[in-house]
Write a protein of this length. Structure first.
Ligand SMILES: Cc1cc2nc3c(=O)[nH]c(=O)nc-3n(C[C@H](O)[C@H](O)[C@H](O)COP(=O)(O)O)c2cc1C
Length: 277
């Protein structure tokens, strides 16, 4: 096995806790390794990001597939210092947003599609939940494509959904028109190579819980969660600067979501003009 394939196998072993079989003549192992090594980064080098590079990466990202060729995504590159400060004020516990060399907001845009009908004086016959869902799916795909494009260009990213905690304020700051919703922010920069800044590889649930052949079968495999909890604690304990007594994934996640969050999101989406029936 060549070096690249070995690194890919080791990375996926750390991620999923199992040794995957790799064909000896695997094509694209370098690209696969870059995808498998994904990490969200929250510390940045001070190197600025040229705006034309952000625009180039956005063009690559917006080349993603798009549901029914509807192109229901807009990206806002927040460059103005006042605008950046206003967004940073929405995420005071996440200084990595304020510090990031660049910040984008990915939006689902259901407006243009409806306007095609309005301009022709036609009734908008598909005004229901699916219209909202489709533009959010498209925006998610474009954001993931941006993360991959940025990674190919030597950049690192962190998605930020916390911006949506105060959706109305966010919509006002970005002057989002009706039928446009923010899906997530994305901080971008060059990685800081200080040892303490390196983001650890975060394990994922075992493939037996998330990858299925032909049908899903047993819905609640608690042993998969228990195995993952153990691997998560091990990874946390081994990561540099990690907590001395790491909690399980189950404990962390249920603690994070023990209090209600974004309860007004549905109301906000409706107030933006989406019909969720
Ligand atoms: C839609 C979305 C929203 C996210 N929002 C935030 C956020 O508000 N703040 C943050 O620090 N990380 C955020 N993240 C990053 C996740 O916390 C991260 O992906 C997860 O912990 C797994 O770590 P990894 O990406 O390094 O593998 C978000 C990720 C996604 C996909």
């Amino acid at each position: 096995m060549n070096n690249l394939n070995r690194r890919l196998q080791t990375t996926l072993q750390q991620r999923f806790g199992e040794t995957l079989d790799l064909p000896p003549d695997l094509p694209g192992a370098g690209d696969l390794l870059r995808i498998a090594e994904h990490r969200s980064h929250r510390r940045w080098a001070t190197t600025p990001l040229p705006p034309e590079l952000t625009r180039l990466l956005a063009a690559c990202a917006l080349s993603a597939p798009t549901k029914s060729y509807l192109q229901q995504v807009d990206i806002i590159d927040v460059r103005d210092a006042g605008q950046r400060a206003a967004l940073a004020a929405l995420t005071p516990t996440m200084p990595w947003l304020a510090d990031a060399p660049a910040l984008l907001v990915f939006c689902g845009n259901g407006r243009r599609f409806k306007r095609l009908f309005d301009r022709k004086g036609l009734p908008f016959t598909n005004d229901h939940l699916d219209s909202f869902f489709n533009c959010v799916v498209d925006a998610s795909m474009v954001m993931m494509n941006f993360i991959n494009a940025a990674s190919a260009a030597g950049l690192v990213c962190c998605s930020i959904s916390m911006l949506r905690n105060e959706a109305e304020r966010l919509a006002r700051i970005l002057q989002l028109p009706q039928r446009v919703v923010p899906v997530a922010g994305l901080c971008i920069g060059y990685p800081s190579f200080e040892a303490s800044a390196l983001a650890p590889l975060q394990p994922r649930l075992p493939l037996r819980a998330t990858f299925h052949v032909d049908r899903m079968g047993a819905a609640d495999d608690d042993t998969a969660i228990d195995d993952f909890d153990a691997r998560h604690v091990e990874a946390r304990a081994a990561s540099p600067g990690g907590a001395p007594n790491p909690r399980t994934w189950s404990a962390e996640r249920t603690h994070q979501y023990a209090t209600p969050q974004r309860e007004d999101w549905g109301r906000f989406v409706r107030s933006q003009g989406f019909n969720l029936k």
